[in-house]
Design a protein around this ligand. Structure first.
Ligand SMILES: [Zn+2]
Length: 331
């Protein structure tokens, strides 16, 4: 009997170990949720030999912004073409000079970091992300490979990207949203980063030109075919196809069109009415004047210091962004 008992105990112990192993291996298969709100370029693995961090989204060099200047925070661990980009600091500076021309000094205070990255990994030409939870300080990333595609700022694409990206900062920062208010307690439009203030640019845009088609838009977000149908139906509301992605992309596109389009529109379509909302805000008109003066945008026949693409002609204009990401790393 004693032996049988021992055998049972032995079997029980074996089965227990087996069971623990099975459950452990199952645990290993659970993919941890990816944190899309992860900030800046501090993600990635540290290389123990030289302390360099390998970025997961094409990061090349991170700078801190100090007024007019940028100072290097870190070079990411890169190789091949990205290493060439990393060594070509003159190009980083050239891009930064264009950012400075576009974003006036008082607005530039909102930019705490500037990242040079390779956009092939994420398929983006630029992005912005908040680096302070209260939305007062942001990082701007510019894809160096696209910045020099066909030559520096060819076709004005880079300038357009910078204007579009800063349009996000302008409409999502702490003067516009309250990051402390949750979606449940938000009475106005909630773009994801926080609750839009009553008189904010994005809340006005949403209340006037999105609210009436909001449930249709929610349905359209389910797949790209539905998105395309939605856009076809409401084309006259959007300055570009990309603008129909969500109100956040819409307002960045409206700002870029408002800035790059020479003449004030008459307001015949909703897309034009959206641009006129910006003409009603004196501080945005001043921003527009600053950009146009600094980039020496003139009518046809005059020499251009920096070219801009025709409104709506930028490369991503006829695409959709991801409407499901409310807190999107790449705008
Ligand atoms: Zn965007």
């Amino acid at each position: 009997m004693k032996n049988i008992k021992r055998i049972f105990i032995f079997l029980f112990v074996c089965l227990s170990i087996f069971a623990v192993n099975v459950s452990c291996s199952n645990d290993d298969k659970i993919v941890p949720p990816t944190d899309s709100t992860d900030t800046s370029g501090s993600d990635g693995d540290t290389d123990s030999t030289n302390g360099q961090v390998e970025g997961s989204e094409g990061e090349i060099t991170l700078y801190k912004v100090n007024g007019d200047d940028i100072s290097k925070v870190q070079d990411y661990k890169v190789k091949d073409k990205d290493l060439e980009y990393q060594k070509d600091v003159a190009k980083h500076k050239e891009i930064w000079e264009l950012v400075k021309k576009i974003v006036p000094a008082d607005q530039r205070k909102k930019m705490g970091e500037f990242l040079i990255y390779n956009g092939e990994v994420t398929g983006s030409a630029g992005f912005v992300i908040e680096i302070k939870k209260d939305l007062s300080v942001w990082q701007m990333g510019i894809a160096i490979n696209y910045a020099y595609e066909g030559g520096f700022n060819a076709g004005g694409e880079l300038a357009y990207t910078i204007i579009h990206e800063f349009g996000h900062v302008l409409t999502l920062d702490n003067t516009q949203l309250d990051a402390a208010v949750t979606q449940e307690n938000c009475k106005n439009y909630f773009p994801g980063e926080g609750c839009a203030l009553e008189n904010s640019y994005i809340n006005e845009l949403h209340a006037k030109y999105w609210n009436d088609i909001w449930s249709e838009y929610q349905d359209a977000k389910k797949d790209e075919a539905a998105q395309a149908q939605f856009y076809e139906k409401y084309k006259e509301r959007y300055v570009t196809q990309y603008a129909s992605t969500n109100p956040g992309e819409d307002i960045a596109e409206v700002f870029a069109t408002f800035t790059t389009q020479k003449d004030k529109p008459e307001g015949k379509t909703i897309a034009e009415k959206k641009i006129l909302l910006m003409y009603n805000r004196s501080e945005l008109v001043a921003f527009r004047d600053h950009i146009r003066k600094n980039l020496a945008l003139r009518g046809k026949g005059n020499a251009l210091a920096f070219e801009l693409p025709q409104p709506g002609m930028w490369k991503q204009a006829n695409t959709f962004g991801n409407p499901h990401k409310t807190k999107c790393r790449r705008h």
